[in-house]
Design a protein around this ligand. Structure first.
Ligand SMILES: Nc1ncnc2c1ncn2[C@@H]1O[C@H](COP(=O)(O)OP(=O)(O)OP(=O)(O)O)[C@@H](O)[C@H]1O
Ligand SMILES: [Mg+2]
Length: 501
């Protein structure tokens, strides 16, 4: 067999005292999808950053196409055919798709400058190869996130990439977009490209990958053919113990009505005519396709885009929520989606990140405050299994999934009456996911009303007492918690009769 596309031997990397990688072996063959799996903080992104030349390893060797490479830089990595597709694509929003592709492909000076007809044609061809129905003349700012990802993949293909890396590419994709992406990945594999695929969703790994390498605490603990593994086996390798993915049972009888909406709408964000009730101790799920209006409704309830129609009642009192301050004052907490961009202050210590939403409430005296802040932070670090060197480490030193846990903790610390969670377990590993589920359950049992937005259908079905389904800005059905997944999907797609609202 020919040399592997990429071979890593005993790669190690520390940040200050923290050892992110300590002896990783990995190889990638032409025409395979090789999944990289591991808990939050296991070292996946660090490994990728080394392969793309963003970080230098402390020790270990990198071999690309049979040739040892020392001092890999982003430019040499690109020249060697290594491309990384990020979850947040890095395109120029004001330029067209064709302009972006041209910039990317011609900036290295390797390609002859082309005229615009040729550029547009080339963009068209590349977009077709990735199955994207996007006009080369479209401005990037008008494209959805997944469309931008496809443009990134088109750029990678155009640059002749042989090694394509995807770090949690599906985290914010709908099912349809996910299927499209999978088709593209399979095309890449067929054409001999090697794909490194990172995801916390095991079902994706089984659907897509040929082999899987598991990282634990910065070490590779094994590479296996996916067909030789099952879910429990992978989890055991990853966590080093059994994790049961059982959803904690509902134990609380719903209490008083916390939130009541009557024909609530917001013209600016397209939310229309939403009527629902949510009681203390209840977890109400919001299912629907991405863009169905779930996040928009959450933003209305948090006063970010105030309602301009209907009535909002909180514990029997009619209210107007014009700003997040209004919402917080009335006991509403909102953990937004896309916490990687909005969640964590990278320069700020973890403990301050966790308590910044409650600073006014953590007493007067500075010392008392420090003590309270510290003990609260330690509690959350333990409960959510945040992998960090301690409560004083800065937010930016955490892995992606651990940053998400921090922003979740921040809002949990406010002890709200109504907690709105937008995709709370996206990007967190299986162990932490079940911890977060337990915490949500516990909060409901303590009398919180929870609105849980999630695109993870098993999570919605497993966690929620009732499931509201949104479509086109409207609440189109409310189904009981133990519904059939097909019923939820049918309602979300609009192929079902109206449920009992
Ligand atoms: N710039 C940095 N400074 C200090 N520590 C860092 C830095 N980058 C990463 N680390 C640490 O290295 C370890 C590995 O992080 P990495 O981001 O590679 O994890 P990951 O496997 O990608 O996790 P996730 O699934 O959460 O994205 C973590 O403990 C993290 O805190
Ligand atoms: Mg990561």
């Amino acid at each position: 067999m020919s040399a592997p596309l990429l071979e890593l031997r005993q790669l190690a990397k520390s940040f200050g005292g923290a050892r992110a990688l300590r002896g990783v072996d990995f190889d990638l063959r032409a025409g395979e999808v090789h999944a990289l799996l591991g808990e939050n903080g296991a070292g996946k992104s660090t490994l990728i950053k080394i392969v793309t030349g963003a970080h230098q390893p402390d020790t270990g060797t990198i071999t690309v196409g049979g040739t040892r490479v020392a001092d890999l830089t982003p430019a040499t990595a690109r020249a060697l055919g290594i491309a990384c597709i990020y979850q947040q694509p890095a395109l120029f929003p004001d330029l067209t798709v064709a302009e972006n592709i041209a910039l990317r492909l011609e900036s290295g000076g390797t390609l002859r400058r082309l005229d615009w007809t040729t550029r547009t044609q080339r963009a068209q061809e590349l977009l077709q190869r990735v199955g994207a129905r996007i006009a080369p003349s479209a401005e990037v700012r008008q494209l959805s996130m997944p469309e931008q990802q496809l443009v990134e993949i088109a750029c990678a293909l155009g640059a002749g990439a042989r090694i394509v890396i995807m770090d949690e590419p599906t985290a914010s994709l709908t099912q349809t977009e996910q299927h499209l992406l999978f088709a593209v990945v399979r095309e890449l594999r067929k054409s001999g490209v090697g794909v490194i695929y990172i995801s916390h969703r095991l079902e994706e790994i089984f659907a897509l990958a040929d082999r899987v390498t598991v990282l634990r605490d910065g070490e590779s603990v094994g590479t296996h053919a996916v067909t030789a593994m099952d879910e429990a086996g992978l989890i055991r390798l990853m966590v080093g113990r059994e994790v049961k993915q059982l959803y904690p049972p509902s134990e609380s009888a719903p209490g008083e009505t916390v939130l009541a909406l009557r024909a609530v709408g917001c013209t600016a964000s397209g939310v229309r005519d939403v009527t629902l009730e949510l009681r203390a101790g209840e977890i109400l799920g919001l299912a629907g396709l991405v863009g169905a209006g779930r996040t928009e409704l959450a933003r209305v309830l948090f006063g970010l885009t105030p309602a301009d129609a209907g009535e909002i009642t909180l514990r029997g009192e009619r209210v107007t929520l014009r700003s997040p301050q209004d919402a917080v004052a009335r006991g509403i907490a909102y953990v937004p989606e896309d916490r990687r961009r909005h969640g964590v202050v990278l320069e700020m210590p973890i403990e301050e990140n966790m308590t910044m939403a409650i600073h006014r409430r953590i007493f007067r005296g500075a010392w008392l405050r420090f003590a309270a802040e510290r003990s609260l932070a330690l509690e959350f670090i333990r409960d959510l299994a945040v992998k960090c060197s301690g409560p004083t480490a800065v937010g930016g030193s955490l892995s992606g999934g651990n940053q998400q846990k921090i922003s979740l903790a921040r809002w949990l610390a406010t002890k709200p009456r109504l907690l709105i969670l937008d995709e709370p377990t996206q990007g967190v590993d299986v162990g932490a996911k079940s911890e977060i589920h337990k915490i949500i359950r516990r909060l409901a049992k303590e009398g919180l009303a929870v609105l849980l937005i999630s695109s993870d259908l098993p999570e919605v079905l497993g966690m929620c007492d009732r499931i509201g389904v949104m479509r086109g800005g409207k609440l189109c059905a409310i189904l009981p918690g133990k519904s059939d997944p097909h019923a939820v999907m049918a309602a979300a797609l609009g192929t079902a009769e109206k449920g009992a609202v």
